[in-house]
Design a protein around this ligand. Structure first.
Ligand code: ADP
Ligand code: MG
Length: 386
């Protein structure tokens, strides 16, 4: 989908007010009744209908004719718009350039600030794939069912932001985080190619060791990347230095299945180096010995899993997101018919276990959904209620 930067600057304040009303309404309604939109926006009835029409024309909302009532839902375009507007109000970004990536669960754009410095905007898209199936099976959303895609995408962005910030502060090779709004994060643009595209290396052993060292450093800080593969490792064009990206699935080394995730990360690198560079080493880190020597103690400030949990991305949110991701992985693997039976089985077992113990309901309140906007995006709501 094209993200139109000019729209960012040329929406009327009434249109914005109505769009925000649809977003607010969709926290409790899959389809927000038009009467509710009118009520929330505080504008005249006839006016709102016209404004909704023009927003629908720009694909920011979509009209839904329900058997019970007519209404609108916020589209991804609408949510993208609100996020980018918040970022641009804060002068974090100014214009949108090309799309450089489409993941299963994200879109990546090059954007720029007013000075023309390039950055990367990652828009999370959880719920794009087979969410219907999940929704029917799972009840962990509680009252939040109606806005699940929005809520999950936002959680993923908040988690990625929290981890990227902490990792960057502790000098891990990750992009510099710049800002976060709703389901998006803004970060430094890395002039690099994914390791996936590298076909030859002068010395594969050197990169192999560097990558294994990063895995060990993560673990010593209480973290496991969880998706440490050739797509999520960028190789800087100039220096050849690896930069690690993509953090929504990071787990703590105290996670029940930490060893499994750790070994899977290590195996990803070993397999890739064997296949691509014909490079194999007897040396690779094992979870237990890695944790035995050099792992930071809880409470000494270097356990980054603990730091992140304390810094705003709550354990309850982690749990909800984790369970969702495990379910989606299972669903999409089934759809794709990929033959990863071994991995699937393991993560399958585990997601059953998590589902059984599914508590944490109390954290899934409207409160947590709007949290990111409290200090930040709120300002643009105020703009239209002077
Ligand atoms: P997904 O969750 O969809 O896998 P990623 O965060 O892994 O999303 O990003 C997808 C792709 O976008 C990466 O493989 C990379 O090519 C590109 N990309 C992501 N972040 C950056 C960045 N900061 N700088 C340059 N390219 C990036
Ligand atoms: Mg990725």
């Amino acid at each position: 989908m094209k993200l139109d930067a000019t729209d960012l600057r040329y929406i009327t304040s009434d249109e914005f007010r109505v769009l925000t009303a649809v977003e607010m309404g969709s926290k409790n309604h899959e389809v927000v009744p038009t009467v509710l939109i009118v009520q929330i926006s505080g504008l005249r009835n006839g006016g709102v209908n016209k404004l909704l029409g023009s927003l629908a024309k720009r694909n920011l909302v979509a009209k839904v004719q329900n058997s019970k009532y007519d209404g609108y839902r916020l589209t991804y375009g609408g949510l993208d718009y609100l996020a980018m507007r918040a970022l641009s109000k804060r002068d974090s970004m100014y214009s949108v350039g090309n799309q450089i990536g489409v993941g299963k669960e994200s879109d990546i754009y090059i954007v720029a600030n007013e000075e023309g410095d390039e950055m990367v905007l990652k828009l999370h898209r959880l719920g794009r794939i087979s969410f219907r199936a999940i929704k029917e099976k799972r009840d962990y959303m509680g009252k939040r069912k109606s806005a699940s895609w929005m809520y999950m995408s936002r959680l993923a962005a908040q988690k990625e932001w929290a981890f990227m910030k902490i990792l960057h502060e502790h000098d891990f090779p990750v992009p510099r985080p710049i800002d976060q709004a709703r389901h998006t994060i803004l970060m430094e643009f890395i002039d690099a190619y994914p390791l996936r595209q590298v076909s030859e290396l002068p010395s594969p052993g050197a990169l192999y060791s560097t990558l294994m060292d990063i895995i060990v450093r993560f673990a010593h800080a209480g973290l496991i990347h969880g998706d440490f593969n050739e797509f999520n490792i960028l190789i800087r064009r100039e220096s050849g230095q690896p930069i690690v990206i993509d953090f929504p699935q990071m787990v703590s080394t105290s996670h029940l299945n930490a060893e499994y995730y750790f070994n899977r990360d290590v195996e990803c690198i070993r397999t890739f180096f064997r296949r691509r560079f014909n490079y194999e080493s007897k040396l690779y880190p094992r979870f237990k010995s890695t944790m035995k020597d050099g792992a930071a103690e809880e409470g000494d400030g270097f356990r980054l899993d603990v730091v992140v949990a304390a810094s705003g991305f709550k354990k309850g949110d982690q749990k909800v997101l984790e369970e969702y991701m495990e379910t989606v992985t299972k669903e999409t693997d089934n759809v794709d018919g990929e033959d990863d039976s071994e991995e699937e089985e393991e993560s399958g077992e585990e997601s059953e276990g998590e589902a059984e113990s599914g508590k944490e309901e109390e954290d899934m309140t409207v409160e947590s959904h709007t949290q990111a906007d409290k200090g930040k995006g709120r300002s643009d709501v105020e703009d239209v209620h002077p």
